[in-house]
Design a protein around this ligand. Structure first.
Ligand code: HMG
Ligand code: MG
Length: 319
Protein backbone atom coordinates (compact mmCIF):
# COMPACT_ATOMS: atom_id res chain seq x y z
CA UNK A 1 0.00 0.00 0.00
CA UNK A 2 1.21 3.54 -0.74
CA UNK A 3 2.36 5.60 2.25
CA UNK A 4 -0.23 8.20 3.36
CA UNK A 5 1.72 11.18 1.98
CA UNK A 6 1.66 9.62 -1.46
CA UNK A 7 -2.13 9.76 -1.49
CA UNK A 8 -2.26 13.54 -1.06
CA UNK A 9 -3.08 14.46 -4.65
CA UNK A 10 -6.74 14.29 -5.61
CA UNK A 11 -8.10 14.15 -9.11
CA UNK A 12 -11.61 15.48 -9.62
CA UNK A 13 -14.25 13.97 -11.88
CA UNK A 14 -15.72 15.63 -14.94
CA UNK A 15 -18.88 16.90 -13.24
CA UNK A 16 -17.16 18.19 -10.11
CA UNK A 17 -17.16 21.83 -9.05
CA UNK A 18 -13.81 21.14 -7.32
CA UNK A 19 -10.75 22.19 -9.27
CA UNK A 20 -7.08 21.50 -8.48
CA UNK A 21 -4.61 24.33 -9.09
CA UNK A 22 -1.01 23.15 -9.35
CA UNK A 23 1.35 25.98 -8.40
CA UNK A 24 4.49 25.86 -10.56
CA UNK A 25 5.95 29.33 -9.86
CA UNK A 26 9.01 28.18 -7.94
CA UNK A 27 10.04 25.91 -10.83
CA UNK A 28 8.53 26.91 -14.18
CA UNK A 29 8.19 30.49 -12.95
CA UNK A 30 11.84 30.90 -12.07
CA UNK A 31 13.78 28.47 -14.29
CA UNK A 32 14.31 30.95 -17.14
CA UNK A 33 15.14 33.92 -14.90
CA UNK A 34 18.66 35.16 -15.63
CA UNK A 35 19.19 36.79 -12.22
CA UNK A 36 19.74 34.11 -9.57
CA UNK A 37 17.00 34.23 -6.97
CA UNK A 38 18.57 33.51 -3.56
CA UNK A 39 17.82 30.05 -2.21
CA UNK A 40 16.28 31.39 1.01
CA UNK A 41 13.83 33.49 -1.03
CA UNK A 42 12.81 30.42 -3.06
CA UNK A 43 12.38 28.39 0.14
CA UNK A 44 10.20 31.06 1.74
CA UNK A 45 8.20 31.36 -1.48
CA UNK A 46 7.44 27.62 -1.36
CA UNK A 47 6.47 27.83 2.33
CA UNK A 48 4.21 30.81 1.75
CA UNK A 49 2.58 29.09 -1.24
CA UNK A 50 1.99 25.98 0.88
CA UNK A 51 0.19 28.17 3.43
CA UNK A 52 -2.14 29.48 0.68
CA UNK A 53 -3.92 26.12 0.41
CA UNK A 54 -2.51 24.52 -2.76
CA UNK A 55 -2.40 20.73 -2.70
CA UNK A 56 0.50 20.60 -5.19
CA UNK A 57 3.46 22.99 -5.17
CA UNK A 58 6.20 22.20 -7.68
CA UNK A 59 9.48 23.26 -6.13
CA UNK A 60 12.54 22.86 -8.36
CA UNK A 61 14.26 20.80 -11.08
CA UNK A 62 16.95 18.16 -10.80
CA UNK A 63 18.31 19.13 -14.20
CA UNK A 64 21.88 19.87 -15.16
CA UNK A 65 23.00 23.18 -13.61
CA UNK A 66 24.95 23.81 -16.82
CA UNK A 67 21.68 23.79 -18.73
CA UNK A 68 19.49 25.58 -16.17
CA UNK A 69 21.65 27.50 -13.65
CA UNK A 70 18.65 28.93 -11.77
CA UNK A 71 17.74 25.43 -10.53
CA UNK A 72 21.28 24.58 -9.35
CA UNK A 73 20.24 24.87 -5.67
CA UNK A 74 17.75 21.97 -5.91
CA UNK A 75 19.32 19.96 -3.06
CA UNK A 76 19.05 22.82 -0.60
CA UNK A 77 15.54 23.74 -1.73
CA UNK A 78 14.03 20.31 -1.12
CA UNK A 79 15.79 19.94 2.22
CA UNK A 80 14.95 23.40 3.55
CA UNK A 81 11.31 24.02 2.62
CA UNK A 82 8.57 22.95 5.02
CA UNK A 83 6.26 20.07 4.15
CA UNK A 84 2.64 20.84 4.91
CA UNK A 85 0.23 17.98 5.51
CA UNK A 86 -1.77 17.13 2.42
CA UNK A 87 0.57 19.01 0.06
CA UNK A 88 2.66 17.27 -2.64
CA UNK A 89 5.97 18.80 -3.67
CA UNK A 90 6.95 17.43 -7.10
CA UNK A 91 10.40 18.16 -8.52
CA UNK A 92 11.13 18.05 -12.24
CA UNK A 93 13.47 15.22 -13.28
CA UNK A 94 14.79 14.79 -16.85
CA UNK A 95 16.82 11.60 -16.59
CA UNK A 96 18.16 8.82 -14.37
CA UNK A 97 20.97 11.08 -13.12
CA UNK A 98 18.41 13.64 -11.95
CA UNK A 99 16.34 10.96 -10.26
CA UNK A 100 19.41 9.56 -8.51
CA UNK A 101 20.22 13.02 -7.14
CA UNK A 102 16.61 13.58 -6.09
CA UNK A 103 16.45 10.20 -4.32
CA UNK A 104 19.76 10.89 -2.57
CA UNK A 105 18.19 13.84 -0.75
CA UNK A 106 15.93 11.36 1.06
CA UNK A 107 13.01 13.82 1.12
CA UNK A 108 11.57 13.83 -2.42
CA UNK A 109 8.32 11.86 -2.67
CA UNK A 110 7.02 13.04 -6.03
CA UNK A 111 8.71 13.79 -9.34
CA UNK A 112 7.51 15.22 -12.64
CA UNK A 113 8.87 13.81 -15.88
CA UNK A 114 8.56 15.73 -19.13
CA UNK A 115 8.17 14.60 -22.69
CA UNK A 116 7.29 16.63 -25.76
CA UNK A 117 5.13 16.29 -28.84
CA UNK A 118 7.73 17.59 -31.28
CA UNK A 119 11.20 16.25 -32.08
CA UNK A 120 12.62 19.72 -32.69
CA UNK A 121 11.61 20.96 -29.24
CA UNK A 122 12.63 17.74 -27.53
CA UNK A 123 16.11 17.94 -29.06
CA UNK A 124 16.60 21.51 -27.83
CA UNK A 125 15.12 20.80 -24.40
CA UNK A 126 16.66 17.46 -23.48
CA UNK A 127 19.04 16.62 -26.32
CA UNK A 128 16.93 13.63 -27.50
CA UNK A 129 14.08 13.21 -29.96
CA UNK A 130 10.58 12.30 -28.75
CA UNK A 131 11.09 8.52 -28.96
CA UNK A 132 14.49 8.49 -27.24
CA UNK A 133 13.31 10.88 -24.57
CA UNK A 134 10.25 8.70 -23.90
CA UNK A 135 12.50 5.67 -23.42
CA UNK A 136 14.48 7.62 -20.79
CA UNK A 137 11.29 8.85 -19.12
CA UNK A 138 9.87 5.35 -18.90
CA UNK A 139 13.06 4.15 -17.27
CA UNK A 140 12.98 7.07 -14.79
CA UNK A 141 9.29 6.48 -14.07
CA UNK A 142 9.85 2.81 -13.37
CA UNK A 143 12.73 3.46 -10.96
CA UNK A 144 10.70 6.17 -9.22
CA UNK A 145 7.64 3.94 -8.80
CA UNK A 146 9.85 1.09 -7.54
CA UNK A 147 11.04 3.56 -4.90
CA UNK A 148 7.44 4.50 -3.99
CA UNK A 149 7.81 7.96 -5.54
CA UNK A 150 4.73 9.33 -7.27
CA UNK A 151 5.17 10.48 -10.86
CA UNK A 152 3.41 13.28 -12.69
CA UNK A 153 3.92 13.57 -16.44
CA UNK A 154 4.13 16.58 -18.74
CA UNK A 155 3.76 16.77 -22.48
CA UNK A 156 5.24 20.00 -23.85
CA UNK A 157 4.38 21.93 -27.02
CA UNK A 158 0.94 20.34 -27.34
CA UNK A 159 -0.35 22.79 -29.96
CA UNK A 160 2.66 24.62 -31.34
CA UNK A 161 6.42 24.14 -31.41
CA UNK A 162 8.75 27.17 -31.57
CA UNK A 163 10.99 25.33 -34.07
CA UNK A 164 8.64 23.25 -36.23
CA UNK A 165 5.21 24.93 -36.01
CA UNK A 166 1.87 23.15 -35.67
CA UNK A 167 1.84 19.95 -33.65
CA UNK A 168 -0.27 16.89 -34.50
CA UNK A 169 -2.84 16.13 -31.73
CA UNK A 170 -2.30 12.38 -32.39
CA UNK A 171 1.33 12.72 -31.23
CA UNK A 172 0.19 14.49 -28.05
CA UNK A 173 -2.29 11.66 -27.41
CA UNK A 174 0.34 8.99 -27.91
CA UNK A 175 2.87 10.63 -25.58
CA UNK A 176 0.18 11.21 -22.91
CA UNK A 177 -1.01 7.59 -23.17
CA UNK A 178 2.56 6.31 -22.91
CA UNK A 179 3.21 8.34 -19.75
CA UNK A 180 -0.02 7.16 -18.12
CA UNK A 181 0.61 3.54 -19.05
CA UNK A 182 4.06 3.86 -17.48
CA UNK A 183 2.40 4.81 -14.18
CA UNK A 184 2.11 8.62 -14.09
CA UNK A 185 -0.93 9.47 -11.97
CA UNK A 186 -1.73 12.44 -14.21
CA UNK A 187 -0.43 14.07 -17.36
CA UNK A 188 -0.28 17.82 -17.75
CA UNK A 189 -0.66 19.06 -21.33
CA UNK A 190 1.58 22.07 -21.86
CA UNK A 191 1.12 24.84 -24.39
CA UNK A 192 4.74 25.75 -23.72
CA UNK A 193 4.84 28.83 -25.96
CA UNK A 194 1.27 29.94 -25.35
CA UNK A 195 0.11 29.91 -28.97
CA UNK A 196 -3.06 27.87 -28.43
CA UNK A 197 -6.57 29.21 -28.96
CA UNK A 198 -9.97 27.77 -28.08
CA UNK A 199 -10.05 26.18 -31.54
CA UNK A 200 -6.60 24.57 -31.56
CA UNK A 201 -6.67 23.56 -27.89
CA UNK A 202 -10.22 22.19 -28.27
CA UNK A 203 -9.17 20.12 -31.28
CA UNK A 204 -6.10 18.78 -29.47
CA UNK A 205 -8.17 17.87 -26.38
CA UNK A 206 -10.85 16.14 -28.46
CA UNK A 207 -8.16 13.86 -29.88
CA UNK A 208 -6.42 13.18 -26.55
CA UNK A 209 -9.72 12.51 -24.76
CA UNK A 210 -10.50 9.68 -27.18
CA UNK A 211 -7.88 7.59 -25.39
CA UNK A 212 -7.24 9.33 -22.06
CA UNK A 213 -9.92 10.08 -19.44
CA UNK A 214 -10.36 13.73 -18.44
CA UNK A 215 -9.61 13.03 -14.77
CA UNK A 216 -6.10 11.89 -15.72
CA UNK A 217 -5.34 15.20 -17.42
CA UNK A 218 -4.29 18.67 -16.32
CA UNK A 219 -3.63 21.65 -18.55
CA UNK A 220 -0.64 23.99 -18.48
CA UNK A 221 -0.96 27.23 -20.41
CA UNK A 222 1.54 29.97 -20.99
CA UNK A 223 -0.16 33.31 -21.60
CA UNK A 224 1.92 34.73 -24.45
CA UNK A 225 -1.10 35.86 -26.48
CA UNK A 226 -3.56 36.29 -23.60
CA UNK A 227 -5.50 33.12 -24.48
CA UNK A 228 -4.76 31.06 -21.37
CA UNK A 229 -8.05 31.59 -19.50
CA UNK A 230 -10.11 30.97 -22.62
CA UNK A 231 -8.13 27.75 -23.04
CA UNK A 232 -8.85 26.79 -19.42
CA UNK A 233 -12.54 27.33 -20.10
CA UNK A 234 -12.54 25.01 -23.09
CA UNK A 235 -10.63 22.43 -21.01
CA UNK A 236 -13.27 22.66 -18.26
CA UNK A 237 -16.02 22.21 -20.82
CA UNK A 238 -14.31 19.01 -21.88
CA UNK A 239 -14.21 17.73 -18.29
CA UNK A 240 -10.71 18.63 -17.11
CA UNK A 241 -10.51 19.75 -13.48
CA UNK A 242 -6.81 20.53 -12.94
CA UNK A 243 -4.55 23.29 -14.26
CA UNK A 244 -1.01 24.50 -13.61
CA UNK A 245 -0.31 28.16 -13.00
CA UNK A 246 2.39 30.37 -11.64
CA UNK A 247 2.23 33.12 -9.04
CA UNK A 248 2.32 36.60 -10.62
CA UNK A 249 2.46 34.90 -14.04
CA UNK A 250 6.19 34.27 -13.62
CA UNK A 251 7.72 31.97 -16.15
CA UNK A 252 9.07 30.88 -19.44
CA UNK A 253 11.01 27.94 -20.72
CA UNK A 254 14.75 28.31 -21.41
CA UNK A 255 14.36 26.14 -24.54
CA UNK A 256 11.15 27.68 -25.91
CA UNK A 257 11.94 30.81 -27.87
CA UNK A 258 9.25 33.41 -27.25
CA UNK A 259 7.61 31.62 -24.33
CA UNK A 260 6.41 34.19 -21.84
CA UNK A 261 4.94 33.69 -18.40
CA UNK A 262 2.64 30.95 -17.28
CA UNK A 263 -1.02 31.62 -16.73
CA UNK A 264 -1.00 33.66 -13.49
CA UNK A 265 -2.35 31.83 -10.46
CA UNK A 266 -4.22 34.95 -9.30
CA UNK A 267 -6.04 35.24 -12.66
CA UNK A 268 -6.89 31.54 -12.66
CA UNK A 269 -8.22 31.62 -9.08
CA UNK A 270 -10.37 34.70 -9.75
CA UNK A 271 -11.74 33.06 -12.90
CA UNK A 272 -12.49 29.74 -11.15
CA UNK A 273 -14.15 31.34 -8.13
CA UNK A 274 -16.28 33.59 -10.33
CA UNK A 275 -17.44 30.55 -12.25
CA UNK A 276 -18.44 28.51 -9.20
CA UNK A 277 -15.37 26.30 -8.72
CA UNK A 278 -13.82 25.54 -5.34
CA UNK A 279 -10.05 25.30 -5.16
CA UNK A 280 -9.29 25.52 -1.44
CA UNK A 281 -6.74 28.25 -2.24
CA UNK A 282 -6.89 31.67 -0.58
CA UNK A 283 -6.59 34.25 -3.38
CA UNK A 284 -5.77 37.17 -1.05
CA UNK A 285 -2.93 35.17 0.50
CA UNK A 286 -1.58 34.45 -2.98
CA UNK A 287 -1.63 38.19 -3.76
CA UNK A 288 0.15 38.93 -0.46
CA UNK A 289 2.72 36.28 -1.39
CA UNK A 290 3.26 37.92 -4.78
CA UNK A 291 3.77 41.26 -3.07
CA UNK A 292 6.25 39.73 -0.62
CA UNK A 293 8.10 37.95 -3.45
CA UNK A 294 8.43 41.16 -5.45
CA UNK A 295 10.07 42.92 -2.56
CA UNK A 296 12.20 39.93 -1.45
CA UNK A 297 13.52 39.17 -4.95
CA UNK A 298 13.68 42.75 -6.24
CA UNK A 299 10.99 42.18 -8.87
CA UNK A 300 7.92 44.11 -9.92
CA UNK A 301 5.84 41.36 -11.53
CA UNK A 302 2.09 41.41 -11.24
CA UNK A 303 -0.77 39.72 -13.01
CA UNK A 304 -3.79 41.91 -13.79
CA UNK A 305 -5.88 40.31 -11.08
CA UNK A 306 -2.96 40.36 -8.62
CA UNK A 307 -2.41 44.08 -9.20
CA UNK A 308 -6.13 44.90 -8.91
CA UNK A 309 -6.57 42.96 -5.67
CA UNK A 310 -3.36 44.35 -4.18
CA UNK A 311 -4.51 47.91 -4.95
CA UNK A 312 -7.89 47.15 -3.36
CA UNK A 313 -6.25 45.69 -0.25
CA UNK A 314 -3.97 48.74 0.09
CA UNK A 315 -6.91 51.12 -0.34
CA UNK A 316 -8.87 49.24 2.33
CA UNK A 317 -5.93 49.52 4.74
CA UNK A 318 -5.79 53.31 4.26
CA UNK A 319 -9.50 53.76 5.10
P1 HMG B 1 22.80 15.93 -22.13
O1 HMG B 1 23.83 16.92 -22.54
O2 HMG B 1 22.23 15.07 -23.18
O3 HMG B 1 23.28 15.03 -20.95
O4 HMG B 1 21.63 16.72 -21.39
P2 HMG B 1 24.54 14.22 -20.70
O5 HMG B 1 24.02 12.95 -20.15
O6 HMG B 1 25.43 14.16 -21.90
O7 HMG B 1 25.25 15.09 -19.57
C1 HMG B 1 25.83 16.36 -19.79
C2 HMG B 1 26.36 16.87 -18.44
O8 HMG B 1 25.27 17.15 -17.59
C3 HMG B 1 27.22 15.85 -17.71
O9 HMG B 1 28.14 16.59 -16.91
C4 HMG B 1 26.23 15.17 -16.81
O10 HMG B 1 26.84 14.59 -15.67
C5 HMG B 1 25.34 16.31 -16.41
P3 HMG B 1 29.67 16.79 -17.37
O11 HMG B 1 30.18 15.40 -17.60
O12 HMG B 1 29.61 17.62 -18.64
O13 HMG B 1 30.31 17.50 -16.23
N1 HMG B 1 23.98 15.91 -16.10
C6 HMG B 1 23.33 16.29 -15.00
N2 HMG B 1 23.69 17.05 -13.95
C7 HMG B 1 22.77 17.24 -12.99
N3 HMG B 1 21.51 16.75 -13.07
C8 HMG B 1 21.12 16.00 -14.10
C9 HMG B 1 22.05 15.72 -15.12
N4 HMG B 1 21.98 15.05 -16.28
C10 HMG B 1 23.17 15.16 -16.87
N5 HMG B 1 19.88 15.55 -14.16
C11 HMG B 1 19.78 16.87 -19.85
C12 HMG B 1 20.49 16.05 -20.91
C13 HMG B 1 18.36 16.38 -19.75
C14 HMG B 1 20.50 16.73 -18.56
C15 HMG B 1 19.80 18.34 -20.25
O14 HMG B 1 19.22 18.40 -21.50
C16 HMG B 1 19.01 19.21 -19.31
O15 HMG B 1 19.27 19.35 -18.12
N6 HMG B 1 18.03 19.90 -19.87
C17 HMG B 1 17.22 20.81 -19.10
C18 HMG B 1 15.86 20.83 -19.64
C19 HMG B 1 14.98 21.73 -18.83
O16 HMG B 1 15.10 21.87 -17.62
N7 HMG B 1 14.01 22.36 -19.54
C20 HMG B 1 13.04 23.18 -18.92
C21 HMG B 1 11.98 22.33 -18.26
S1 HMG B 1 10.74 21.69 -19.36
C22 HMG B 1 9.53 22.90 -19.37
O17 HMG B 1 9.73 23.96 -18.82
C23 HMG B 1 8.21 22.61 -19.96
C24 HMG B 1 7.12 22.40 -18.92
O18 HMG B 1 6.99 23.52 -18.06
C25 HMG B 1 5.78 22.14 -19.59
C26 HMG B 1 5.39 23.17 -20.63
O19 HMG B 1 5.48 24.36 -20.41
O20 HMG B 1 4.96 22.70 -21.68
C27 HMG B 1 7.44 21.18 -18.05
MG1 MG C 1 5.84 25.46 -18.64
Amino acid sequence: MLPTRLLATRTYSTASNRFRVVEVGARDGLQAEKKFVPTEVKVELIDRLSACGFSTVETTSFVSPKWVPQMADHNEIVKKHKRFNGVSYPVLVPNAAGLKNALATGVVDEIAVFGAASDAFSLKNVNSNVEDSLKKLLEVTKIALDNKIRVRGYVSVVVGCPYSGDVKPEVVARVAETLLEAGCYEVSLGDTIGVGTVKSVGKMLDTVLKSVPANKLAVHFHDTYGQALANVLVSIEKGIRAADSSIAGLGGCPYAKGATGNLATEDLLYFLKGNGFETGVDLEKVVETAKWFNSAAGYDKWSRVGRAISNKMEAAQKC
